[in-house]
Design a protein around this ligand. Structure first.
Ligand SMILES: Cc1ncc(COP(=O)(O)O)c(C=O)c1O
Length: 360
C-alpha cells in the first residue's frame, strides 16, 4: 500500500525511515531477543535509549548545561496544571499571552491554582495574529510569562519572542518544536507533547532551567514536582519507553537530515507551496492568519462558502489527502505540514488546490 498524504494535526506523519527502522527492530531489539517495549526501564539497553534521546535533543536544540531535559506523561495538558502548581507561589502572578484555544486552556488551569494576568490577547481579532512584543504587559511579581509558540488550531506562530529581564519565559512548543532553530537560553522552560514533530503520543518533553526547579514548590504531590523527575532522571515511575525510543529515532532522523536548520529550510519551502496557492487564488482560498503571523506548521484557510469547504474536503479525501479538516472548534480547512510531511505531499496538495479552484 502507498503512504497517505498525511496532513493530520497530531498525532501526525512520522518519517517513513523511522517507521521502517522501528519495524526492523520490533521483535528483537539489539539482539536482546525482546522488543524495546518488553525491556525493563531499569535495564542497560533501555538506559542507552533514554540517554540517547536526551543527548540528541540537547545537541539539536543546543540546550545549555544549566537546563534539565525531562520526559513526562499526561501530554501538554498536564503541563497546563503542573506549571502553576510548581511555580505559582503565594503573591506571585502567572502571566499568560492568549493567542488561541491552547493558551486559553493553559490560563484556565492556572486560575484554579493562583493569581493570573493576561499580558496580551488577540482573541478580539479572532486569533488571526500574534501580538507585537511591545504590546505585552508584565508585572514585577510575575512568576512567569507563558506563550504558545505555535497555535495549532488558528495557524499562527510567533516569529519574535518577548525578552524581558527578570521574567521567566515559558513556551508551549507542542506544535512547532524542532521546526526551526530557537535560542533555548531565552526561555526558562519549553514543553511539547511529542505527537507532532517529535514522535508518537505518550511522552511530553520538558526542557527547563535547573534554577526554576530549585525555586519551585515542594509542598505538592511527588509525581507533580519537577524536582522529583529531575532527581530521578525521568525514571521516578515507569516512563513511556516505546514513545521515548521513537523520539530517539525521530531525533536521529532530524540529525541525518542536516539538523534543525536544514529542516527549517524545507519547512519554509513546503509552507510556501501552499501559501502561494492561497495567495494566488484571487481570494478563492482565504487564509485565516495575517501574513506576518503565519505558521510554518499549520496552514488554515476557508473557501468562499461552507458548501465549497465541504466539497473541497470531500474531494481531497477521495484523492488520498488525510486530515485537511479544520479543528472541530473553528471549521474550515487546515493543512499541517510538520517536519515529517514530505515536500511531495505539499506539491500534490498545491496541485489539487489549483485544479479544484479552476473547476469551481
Ligand atoms: C499547542 C498545543 N498545546 C497543547 C496541546 C494539547 O496537547 P496534549 O493532547 O498532548 O495534552 C496541543 C494539542 O494539539 C497543542 O497543539
Amino acid at each position: 500500500m502507498e503512504r497517505a498524504y498525511n496532513f493530520n494535526a497530531g498525532p501526525s506523519a512520522l518519517p517513513l525511515e523511522v517507521l521502517k527502522r522501528a519495524q526492523d527492530e520490533l521483535v528483537n531489539f539489539k539482539q536482546t531477543g525482546m522488543s524495546v517495549m518488553e525491556l525493563s526501564h531499569r535495564s542497560k539497553e533501555y538506559d542507552e535509549v533514554h540517554t540517547q534521546a536526551q543527548s540528541m535533543l540537547k545537541e539539536l536544540l543546543q540546550i545549555p548545561n544549566d537546563y534539565e531535559v525531562l520526559f513526562l506523561q499526561g501530554g501538554a495538558s498536564l503541563q497546563f496544571a503542573q506549571i502553576p502548581m510548581n511555580l505559582l507561589k503565594e503573591g506571585k502572578i502567572g502571566n499568560y499571552v492568549l493567542t488561541g484555544s491552547w493558551s486559553e486552556k493553559a490560563l484556565k488551569e492556572a486560575r484554579l491554582i493562583g493569581e493570573t494576568f493576561i499580558g496580551a490577547s488577540t482573541k478580539e481579532q479572532g486569533y488571526r495574529s500574534i501580538p507585537n512584543v511591545e504590546e505585552i504587559s508584565i508585572n514585577k511579581n510575575d512568576a512567569y510569562l507563558h506563550v504558545t509558540s505555535n497555535n495549532t488550531i488558528y495557524g499562527t506562530q510567533w516569529h519574535q519572542f518577548p525578552e524581558f529581564e527578570n521574567t521567566s519565559l515559558i513556551a508551549d512548543m507542542s506544535s512547532d518544536i524542532l521546526c526551526r532553530p530557537i535560542q533555548v537560553e531565552n526561555f526558562s522552560m519549553i514543553y511539547a507533547g511529542a505527537q507532532k514533530n517529535l514522535g508518537p503520543s505518550g511522552v511530553t518533553v520538558v526542557i527547563l532551567k535547573k534554577q526554576l526547579i530549585e525555586n519551585s514548590r515542594q509542598d505538592i504531590p511527588s509525581i507533580l514536582r519537577y524536582s522529583t523527575h529531575a532527581d530521578a532522571n525521568s525514571l521516578y515511575n515507569t516512563p513511556p519507553t516505546f514513545a521515548i525510543y521513537m523520539l530517539a529515532k525521530v531525533l536521529e532522523w532530524v540529525k541525518e537530515q542536516g539538523g534543525v536548520q536544514t529542516v527549517e529550510k524545507r519547512n519554509i519551502e513546503k509552507a510556501k507551496l501552499i501559501y502561494d496557492a492561497i495567495d494566488e487564488s484571487n481570494d478563492f482560498y482565504c487564509g485565516h492568519a495575517e501574513k506576518d503571523s503565519r505558521s510554518l506548521m499549520n496552514i488554515t484557510f476557508n473557501l468562499p462558502s461552507e458548501e465549497l469547504n465541504k466539497k473541497f474536503l470531500a474531494e481531497a479525501k477521495a484523492a488520498g489527502f488525510v486530515g485537511l479538516n479544520g479543528h472541530r472548534s473553528v471549521g474550515g480547512c487546515r493543512a499541517s505540514t510538520y517536519n515529517a510531511v514530505p515536500v511531495e505531499a505539499c506539491e500534490a496538495l498545491r496541485k489539487f488546490m489549483i485544479t479544484f479552484r479552476n473547476n469551481h
